[in-house]
Design a protein around this ligand. Sequence first.
Ligand code: IPD
Length: 307
Amino acid sequence: SSEELQEIYTFAVQLGKDAGDLLMSFARARWSDNRYSVQAVVEKDSAVDIVTKADEDVEAFIKTSIEKRFPTHKFIGEETYSKGASRDYLIGDDPTWCIDPLDGTVNYTHLFPMFCVSIGFVLNGKPTIGVINAPFLNQRFSACKGQGAWLNETQRLPLVRNPIPPMPAQAPGGCVFSCEWGKDRKDRPDGNMHRKVESFVNMAAEVGGRGGRGGMVHGIRSLGSATLDLAYIAMGSFDIWWEGGCWEWDVSAGIAIVEEAGGLITTANPPEDYQHVPIEDVQLGSRLYLAIRPAGPSATETGRQTQ
Ligand code: IPD
């Protein structure tokens, strides 16, 4: 019922705040006492796929809090999954929490502030509630189906209101595009990494370019946190985002927030194929995602005078 959903949303927002505080306390202890050490990092599948004690402890805190309050709900978290506890688990129709305790782990270990806690609640296979807390930046993003998307619970998203949708084929000049490098470092022709480097080079060539597509891209960003990329799509700061290797916990919260902000998210091919992307309902588990920022309300809708 809508009351139950509201109760879950209120709980998720508070949980996001508490988990963010916990993450920040780990960060402060690690940095202020000069105890920072890259040694405290453990490699998972590869040298760039890493986990810290903060990932594990924050996930344990979130998991316990959810189990206490909603014992019948299912749970999938990045670290629990990596340990093999739920390898056979697929997100189904049951109420399921899908969380990443620390998205942007590499940033966290390198003292780059782009990291966050990501809490998604998925119902009938659809991301329904999302809470993203970037504690270093003091930015919290949240959304519940039908209630809009919010920054710090008070400002409605998108903040950047551009009435023109940046649909890939006719993306207007001045787009900011974001794309993550991911963790695939296999150096083989036509591999994921190879295609990404090519895409970046091609996009960079468009920056300020004359002729051709007329300088489609204002800038290219790679934050190191797929979750925060989605938050900035919802905010309207980024126009288009593409990532080719995401997991459910990277995107569940972000999808709920982008959709409530009025943006669009779908499965996608690399940027050179944007024109051919079918705009359809996104499926969790697809790994490949393309997000497009909301087209803000038209000038008339915001009460401004049109020329
Ligand atoms: C990763 C980051 C990165 C993205 C990867 C994610 P993690 O998450 O979001 O930007 O490219 O696909 O797995 O490991 O920092 O939680």
